[in-house]
Design a protein around this ligand. Structure first.
Ligand SMILES: [Zn+2]
Length: 398
């Protein structure tokens, strides 16, 4: 169980998957791996090849990616990120600094804003005191060639559109009183990137038309330039590892279910829950036939237990899950949370499906950065989580 989970996380978070995003078709390489595992377990398919195809526009960074400060090349992902909506742009420019001190001096700040920035890069140093004014500056950027925003932690994302100006987030300690900055970024909008959800099922022996659904998104953020990829081990290779372990378990004859069980690996979650939204608009069987849906996203730690989103909406199921955990002492805590549009359960529960989302808490803090790696993901509570989920699954099957 653990070894299989480890193998899945290692594979999905490896460089060959390109961060399971849109450069080099990383998402489709991952989807193909997942369906070959589904096929190994003999899961049935609604479509013949496990794929539900759809497409969407997405901004990508397939090539050049550099940021150079006073002659020193910064490391992409480690020292900086090119903001996810950046366009293709390059050049070498002098810098001007906008910080809390400047904003506090009303007269100086007014004068500052009247400057011509068309050949400048503005460094925005927000230490938390004048956030509104500095964010204002980030927003309209005063015709500067680029904005550099200093940060304590880098958190990347995915955009579907490009902005007309460039923004870089740079780690505060990686840059010291810069005078001149050059950058070179190649960005490409893919107007209708073709991708797919991967969906398989085990037919229930007693109630084949009633479904318990397990879901996890397999996409991540992809590549930022031709040398840097975001592995997404915890987010969400770990959830895929749980999904595949459940598929393996329920496809074996001794665990054959009464109700049908569907396993869905969604794409496009990081772009805005696109895969699950598409499925909800194009379901393979009536949504009302879903008895319960459990979405799993970020399953790699658990020192502090788990949180269950929508637990307040589906209190009976939540209480059962908590009771099973308390009786068996599986994990430290099962915390309740209300509604949140933060993963793939969301559009299901909006359509009236009983759906919860489970994520682990505690341990390593890597999130949407280059440090979310397989090598450092502990999977320390993974076996206990698996037992908790399958015990809860037994309850749902009766
Ligand atoms: Zn996620």
């Amino acid at each position: 169980m653990y070894n299989y989970a480890r193998q899945i996380v290692d594979t999905l978070a490896s460089e060959s998957m390109h961060g399971r995003g849109y450069v080099n078709g990383g998402d489709s390489i991952a989807a193909n791996y997942l369906r070959s595992e589904f096929n190994k377990f003999g899961l049935k398919s609604f479509t013949g090849d496990y794929y539900q195809r759809f497409s969407f526009p997405v901004n990508t960074f397939p090539g050049r990616m550099s940021l150079n400060v006073d002659g020193k090349e910064l490391a992409p992902g480690k020292d900086y990120i090119a903001f996810h909506w950046n366009p293709t742009a390059s050049g070498k420019y002098a810098t001007v600094l906008a910080d809390d001190k400047l904003v506090q001096n009303k007269r100086k700040f007014k004068k500052f804003r009247r400057q011509n920035f068309s050949n400048k890069i503005i460094i925005v140093n927000d230490t938390g005191k004048q956030t509104t004014e500095l964010y204002d500056l980030l927003g309209n950027s005063l015709n500067a060639k680029a904005i550099i925003s200093l940060q304590n932690k880098l958190t990347w994302s995915v955009a579907q559109k490009q902005n007309d100006r460039s923004l870089f987030e740079v780690v505060r300690t990686s840059i010291h009183d810069p005078k001149e900055i050059s950058f070179d970024v190649e960005a490409e909008i893919l107007p209708a990137h073709k991708t797919q959800n991967v969906i398989g099922y085990v037919q229930g022996s007693e109630y084949p038309d009633s479904f318990i659904v397990y879901t996890a998104h397999y996409d991540h953020l992809g590549q930022m330039g031709d040398k840097t990829y975001f592995p997404g081990a915890n987010d969400n290779a770990s959830g895929c590892a749980m999904l595949l372990n459940l598929a393996k378990y329920y496809s074996s004859p001794e665990h054959h279910p009464n109700y049908s069980i569907v396993f869905i690996a969604f794409c496009g979650e990081e772009v805005g829950l696109l895969g699950s939204n598409y499925y909800c608009e194009h379901p393979f069987f009536p949504m009302k036939n879903i008895r319960f849906l459990l979405n799993m996203d970020i399953m790699g730690t658990g020192e502090e237990g788990i949180t269950v989103v929508n637990g307040t909406l589906f209190k009976k199921e939540f209480d059962k899950l908590k009771e099973i955990n308390t009786q068996n002492n599986y994990i430290k805590d099962v915390k309740i949370r209300g509604k949140a549009a933060n993963s793939d359960h969301y559009f299901f529960s909006e359509k009236g499906v009983r759906a919860c989302f489970m994520y682990t808490m505690g341990g390593i803090k890597a999130y949407h950065d280059i440090y979310d790696r397989a090598e450092t993901l502990p999977l320390n509570e993974f076996e206990n989580l698996f037992k908790l989920i399958t015990d809860f699954g037994d309850y749902l099957q009766h």
